[in-house]
Design a protein around this ligand. Structure first.
Ligand code: SAH
Length: 413
């Protein structure tokens, strides 16, 4: 397979014509009549035609009734991703442009289109574009693809994004390594269009400024999904001593220190690159009451507890603890451990802001974990708000697997 699938854009790809029909096993069609976009290999009975990976295929019941149209990948367990349930709609450049235009229009209506704003412009299934995410950071776009079929169509997407948003540059950021492997994707970070940013990009979020490293940063550079949760945390931070654990570039901490008028903030991350960014962002916003430290969260919290330190607010935003369903029990144990430490560090009347970005850990599981922490710590935990990702990360009601971020804000008397 070529290193760069975009370089082999065959004519049928751009015209969006189906090259094969995929017949489902009997009794396996129901989720797709319910508009679920993922057809797993185990549901497929046979294929009529010889689709290349990334080709358009039709999906049919075992006896040949049309259900949907999607993109094929024999290398992935997710054999077909569906994009339309209307046989009159073709998966061609016009359709992709229409989907992107609708996604851009939604962000505009959310008020996220200011010049220096950052927003997720395309959220995969949530925008009817399974396998594609696009983040905008002021004048630049960062694109991630998690499906081979979307990688094949990068040129088409770039043309549309160029005409819709007129960015100075479009960068490709590699997908998570595990995901890429599952799809047989071999992509390297590179500039797709225009120019690369000259250095960090400065974006505005909730009236604060953040420097974003688009080329080297985690994810596509900034955790945009936490925008509204940072504001919610700041709203409760006044006069409190705040501990921002897993701070990355300081999003929560800076909000609490400046807008939230916290008495002080200690922000901690194990990555020196992250803490350098957090320190720079604290300085950029004049957060003189914010200290930043490079340390392991578990060790640091153990140490603080042993030293008898107490905080008025603890924020926990750890990395994904569960990469798949098999890892859920271990992940829940790890969540229990840090949340227990956080509760122990809270003074009476403290606020816990606790997040999980593991999609495999469901909201109910996460709440049950918190219930276990209340039991073991013998402290009451009053849940004030159950939040998720910001509105520019829509979740398709037909693909609830897209809900990954949980953010619970609780009062601990
Ligand atoms: N709260 C951040 C995002 C956090 S992402 C924001 O609002 O932008 C998770 C972070 O946890 C990453 O920055 C990663 O470097 C850090 N991390 C991972 N393992 C860690 C550990 N054991 N101790 C401390 N930080 C850790």
């Amino acid at each position: 397979m070529p290193d760069d699938p975009a370089s082999v854009l065959a004519p049928p790809v751009s015209q969006g014509l189906p090259t094969a029909t995929v017949f489902l096993k009997p009794k396996r069609a129901r989720p797709f009549f319910g508009r679920h976009p993922w057809v797993l290999d185990a549901a497929v009975m046979r294929v009529e035609g010889q689709p290349a990976d990334g080709d358009v295929v039709d999906l049919a019941t075992h006896d040949g009734t049309f259900i949907a149209r999607g993109l094929w990948n024999a290398e992935s367990r997710l054999r077909v991703r569906l994009f339309t349930f209307d046989s009159g709609v073709h998966l061609n450049a016009a359709l992709w442009h229409q989907r992107l235009a609708s996604a851009v229009g939604l962000r505009r209506s959310l008020g996220l289109d200011g010049r220096n704003r950052a927003a997720r412009i395309v959220n995969s299934e949530g925008d009817g574009l399974s396998g594609l995410t696009v983040d905008r950071y002021a004048d630049f776009l960062a694109v991630q693809v998690t499906s081979l079929a979307m990688a094949n169509r990068l040129d088409i997407f770039c043309d549309s994004l160029q005409s819709l948003l007129e960015p100075k540059g479009i960068l490709l950021r590699g997908a998570e390594r595990g995901l890429a492997k599952l799809e047989g994707l071999h992509l390297i970070d590179r500039l797709l269009r225009g120019t690369a940013p000259p250095g960090p990009i400065f974006i505005e979020e909730n009236g604060l400024q953040f420097g974003v490293d688009l080329e080297e940063g985690q994810k596509t550079g900034f955790y945009l999904d936490q925008r509204e949760n940072r504001q919610a945390a700041a709203g409760l931070a006044k006069g409190r001593r705040v501990l921002d654990m897993f701070c990355y570039s300081g999003g929560f901490g800076v909000h609490c220190a400046v807008q939230g008028q916290a008495s002080s903030v200690l922000a901690v991350d194990s990555s020196p690159k992250a803490t350098a960014l957090a320190k720079a962002n604290a300085d950029l916003n004049g957060a003189a009451n914010m200290a930043v430290e490079t340390a392991d969260a578990f060790e640091k919290m153990d140490g603080l507890r042993a030293a008898g330190e107490r905080f008025g607010m603890v924020i926990l935003d750890p990395p994904k603890f569960a990469r798949n369903r098999a890892a859920i029990d271990d992940a829940l144990r790890a969540y229990h451990r840090i949340n227990r430490l956080a509760v122990d560090l809270l003074e009476p009347g403290g606020v816990l802001v606790t997040c999980s970005c593991s999609g495999a850990v469901l909201r109910d599981d996460f709440l049950m974990m918190l219930s276990g922490v209340a039991q073991r710590s013998t402290r009451a935990i009053q849940i004030l708000e159950c939040k998720g990702a910001a509105a520019d990360h829509p979740i398709s009601a037909s693909c609830l697997e897209g809900e990954y971020l949980k953010c619970i804000i609780a009062h601990v008397p």
